[in-house]
Structure formats: structure tokens, C-alpha cells
Design a protein around this ligand. Structure first.
Ligand SMILES: O=C(O)CCC(=O)C(=O)O
Ligand SMILES: [Fe+2]
Length: 356
């Protein structure tokens, strides 16, 4: 895959949304100013750039793993397909997911590797993977998942302290020894030299299903719709900077104080459209048995936020993380679409009033 320097630059003439830059080393050192900046990002858009995260070398190796996997014959990849029953781990072919309520199909292909499978390797926990994944499980994938899970958990603990949660509360909801939907994903979107159609998403508008996402991309194409805006705005990729965002679980645990913002992927803009777009994510999600509800008894701040909320029902949702995740995965599969109601069943917190 071409390195950053050989790719055309991100264009200057598209609508772009700036993100706050958070320094992971300063956060770990307890720097108050940096923590305040991080809190601002987490409570406004729920997206930020993260620098000094120490993952760059592993990220490059993960992109190699992704390229090796996508280069396998299609029939080979299909032996490891996710299926239509709500399991995320495995291969997802282009078009296997809907991108909106009309059933329009996505154009990305990706491989999802479970954190549980990587940590227990060579013992399978959930499923088997293509040979290209197995070959890099111990040397690349497990170290990447371990590092990324730690980054996410360190950041989440900082937010937990600000919310007034007792130490270790969020860690107990994300135990590495409980099975979960946590996974890493490498995504390929083919080039669109014919120009971009912003109306046709490569990966449909969504909020992330879990707690925190650590994302790496080279080309543009990721867009957010910030609260109060009805316009999609690009996130500019910056070398050495991950893009991190919060998912629905953190929105719900915090009674809506932490934001899980709507985003999507469209073809890379401008001259970048002639290249394949690759991205790599680590999704940290709560343990399978964790109930998704606001932790009102753990924090006055959260209790007050829920009292004032217009959409209080989302905070009393009693689905477990496993049920929430499987419902969303299953109902976005193209094969399962039976009209707008199926699509609606795939939704998380997207339709909250401040993201309309
Ligand atoms: O490819 C990207 O930049 C974002 C992907 C994404 O939002 C996701 O997989 O949930
Ligand atoms: Fe996402």
C-alpha cells in the first residue's frame, strides 16, 4: 500500500471539521490542561485527534495484514463471512450491508478480528480466520489489539474520573477476561475515479456501537455531522494522528454527557479518489453481559443529566451489550432488509434530538 507521502494531498476546497488535538503522553502524565481539552472534545463532538499514541509501527503492519487479506481470492474470503445472524467477527463483502433505509448497499469490504480470539490465540473463542490473519495473529494483531485496548481504557478512565465514577468502574465493564464485541477492523474502499457522489455513502451514517474507537486512516472520506448542523463535514487525515471517537455505550453510561456522534464514509475527495481508501479501527466495547443504561447511582452529574434529558428512555434501555451489538449488526445486513423498519432496528443513538 502506498505510504502517506506518495498519496495526493487532502483537498483544501471541501468542507472540513477541525478536531481538538489530544496528546496521549500528556494525558497519561495527568496534565490538567490536556485533560480539560480532552473533556471538551468528549463532551462536544465526541471526536478528537490523538497524537503520541505509540501505535504507528503496529498500524503499518496491520495495514499490511489488511492488504494481504483483501488480496485473497473472493471465494476464500467468503469462507470466513460474518453471516446474517448478528455476528460481527469475520469478513464482510462489499454490498453485504445497507447504508440507509432504502437498502442502498455499501461499497466497503472489511475484516473484523475479535479481541477475544486474538488474546486467546491459538485457541479459538468465537471463530476461525483466513490464513493471512492467522499468520499475523501473534506478531501483529495481538500486539496491536493489546496496545489499542490500553489506549482506549486509559482514555476512558480519565473521562470516568471527570464524571465522578469510582476508580475501576469502567474497567469492570470492559474486562479483558469477559467475552465482548471488541474487535479490530481493516477496511478497504475501492477507488472512484469517476468522481465522487457524496450522496452515496461507502459506509452508511451511524454512531459507533461500543465505547471508544481508535481509528487510523490515510485518505479522506470520513465525515461527521456535528450537532446543530445539517451538513456532512470531512475529517482531514493528519499523519501520525489517530482519530478517536466515543460510541453509544459511553453516551448511555454517562447519561448523554459524553457524545457519540453521527459519522459516515464517502469516497476519498479530490485527487485522492483514484486510490483505494484503507482504514483501521480498534473498537473497545463493553463485556457481553454489561447492561447498557445510565450509571445514575454512580455519579450525581449523570443522575442530573438524565433528569433533564428529553430522550430519557435511551438511558433506561435494559439491553445487554451483546444484545445491543447483535441487533445492530443483524439489521444492517442487506439480506435482512425488509424495508425502513429493519433499518431503524439497526440504529443506536443516532436519532437523539441534538443530532437531528
Ligand atoms: O473508515 C473510517 O474512516 C471510519 C470507519 C467507521 O466509522 C466504522 O467502521 O465504524
Ligand atoms: Fe464508525
Amino acid at each position: 500500500m502506498p505510504g502517506l507521502t506518495t498519496l495526493p494531498p487532502f483537498p483544501d476546497d471541501v468542507l472540513t471539521h477541525p478536531l481538538l488535538v489530544v496528546d496521549y503522553e500528556l494525558i497519561k502524565a495527568g496534565n490538567e490542561q490536556e485533560i480539560d481539552k480532552f473533556w471538551k472534545a468528549a463532551t462536544t463532538l465526541g471526536f478528537w485527534y490523538l497524537k503520541n499514541h505509540g501505535a504507528d509501527e503496529l498500524v503499518n503492519q496491520m495495514f499490511d495484514m489488511g492488504a494481504e487479506t483483501m488480496d485473497l481470492p473472493f471465494e476464500e474470503k467468503m469462507k470466513f463471512e460474518q453471516g446474517d445472524d448478528g455476528m460481527s467477527f469475520g469478513y464482510k463483502a462489499p454490498g453485504a450491508n445497507a447504508t440507509d433505509e432504502t437498502g442502498a448497499k455499501d461499497t466497503v469490504e472489511f475484516i473484523n478480528i475479535s479481541q477475544d480470539d486474538a488474546l486467546a490465540w491459538p485457541k479459538p473463542v468465537h471463530r476461525a480466520y483466513p490464513s493471512t490473519v492467522n499468520a499475523r495473529m501473534a506478531g501483529t494483531i495481538r500486539p496491536f489489539i493489546e496496545h489499542s485496548a490500553e489506549v482506549n481504557l486509559v482514555l476512558m478512565e480519565v473521562l470516568a474520573k471527570k464524571l465522578g465514577f469510582r476508580e475501576g468502574l469502567l474497567a469492570s465493564k470492559h474486562r479483558l477476561d469477559e467475552t465482548s464485541g471488541s474487535e479490530t477492523r481493516c477496511i478497504k474502499n475501492p477507488p472512484r475515479p469517476g468522481g465522487i457522489s457524496e450522496e452515496k455513502a461507502a459506509l452508511g451514517a451511524h454512531t459507533d456501537f461500543g465505547s471508544m474507537t481508535f481509528l487510523h486512516n490515510r485518505l479522506g472520506g470520513l465525515q461527521v455531522m456535528p450537532p446543530g448542523s445539517d451538513k456532512w463535514q470531512y475529517i482531514r487525515p493528519i499523519p501520525g494522528h489517530a482519530v478517536c471517537n466515543l460510541g453509544d455505550a459511553m453516551y448511555i453510561f454517562s447519561g448523554g454527557i459524553l457524545k457519540s456522534n453521527l459519522h459516515r464514509v464517502v469516497p476519498a475527495p479530490g485527487a485522492q479518489a483514484t486510490f483505494s481508501r484503507w482504514s483501521l479501527a480498534m473498537f473497545t466495547r463493553p463485556g457481553d453481559s454489561v447492561v447498557l443504561r445510565a450509571l445514575t447511582e454512580e455519579s450525581e452529574l449523570v443522575a442530573d443529566a438524565v433528569k433533564d434529558a428529553e430522550n430519557a428512555s435511551i438511558f433506561e434501555n435494559m439491553q445487554t451489550s451483546k444484545e445491543w451489538f447483535a441487533r445492530r449488526i443483524k439489521n444492517q445486513r442487506s439480506k435482512n432488509q425488509q424495508g425502513p423498519e429493519t433499518w431503524r432496528q439497526s440504529r443506536g443513538t443516532e436519532h437523539r434530538p441534538d443530532a437531528a
